[in-house]
Design a protein around this ligand. Structure first.
Ligand code: PGA
Length: 257
């Protein structure tokens, strides 16, 4: 972590905790925020729980993120949710390009860039997810693959006036219990920082690059301690306040030096 960037620890609840259990979890995360003042905490509940969670999070300064959005503002898009609707529900962040969306719902680099641009135009901060699949890592093409994904959004992010984040999430590490080693993560994070720097030194300095993929309390000190890792995007361990708190605690300890 670099002291010029506040760590961001965001829980991606995926298709879990969409009702009363989500509100309870949001309340627990709001309590955690008081214990970890050097860390920005965020939760990404399902759409159905966004407004209720935002209500619990607001006073505690815990941000609420959506897990996706449609790039349009309104219209005949059955089943979709737009940026202005997410703002109305209390979101300030939105995840775009998660590997589950890319793999199972056809999100392409161009569509992810459109979503990131729409998020920014509606006053939301995007967390753009990138990452290689196992076969790509084994073939030695990780940096090539991730660069294509970053290149697709770099102009959009460079034009942003609000905070932006990139989450490096190796697909083989998501939900598998197999995290990247700190050295492997740092190699990719440093490369992403370098590509952002090539576009604009200011963009490189202000973009938080999060690690995601089986991040937990026990591996968080190593991963979050890397120079170019500015926080985490957490799936499984975000579903429980104690497990999520252990990651926030690690971030707080590193940020406190
Ligand atoms: P995981 O998920 O922490 O369960 O690996 C991370 C993510 O998908 O964002």
């Amino acid at each position: 972590m670099n002291p010029s960037r506040r760590p961001l620890i965001c829980g991606n609840w995926k298709m879990n905790h969409g009702g009363p259990s989500g509100v309870e979890l949001a309340m627990a995360v709001a309590r955690l925020a008081k214990a970890y003042p050097r860390v920005d905490l965020a939760v990404a509940p399902p759409f159905t729980a966004l407004a209720a969670c935002a209500h619990e999070c607001e006073a505690a300064n815990v941000a609420v993120a959506a897990q996706d959005l449609h790039p349009g503002a309104s219209g005949a898009f059955t089943g979709e949710v737009s940026g202005p609707m997410l703002r109305d529900a209390g979101c300030t962040w939105v995840i775009v390009g998660h590997s589950e969306r890319r793999q199972r719902f056809g999100d392409t680099d161009a569509w992810v860039a459109e979503k990131a641009a729409a998020a920014l135009s509606h006053g939301l901060s995007p967390i753009v997810c990138v990452g290689e699949k196992l076969a790509e890592r084994e073939a030695g093409t990780t940096l090539t693959v991730v660069k294509v994904q970053v290149d697709a959004v770099v102009d959009v992010l460079a034009g942003a006036t609000q905070p932006v984040a990139i989450a490096y999430e190796p697909v083989w590490a998501i939900g598998t219990g197999k995290n990247a080693t700190p050295a492997d993560a740092e190699e990719v994070h440093a490369a992403i920082r370098g590509w952002l720097h090539d576009r604009s030194p200011g963009l490189a300095a202000r973009t938080r690059i999060l690690y995601g993929g089986s991040l937990k309390g026990d591996n968080a000190p190593g991963l979050l301690g890397c120079a170019n890792v500015d926080g985490g995007l957490i799936g499984g361990a975000s579903l429980d306040a104690v497990a999520f708190g252990a990651i926030a605690q690690a971030a707080q300890a590193i940020a406190a030096g």
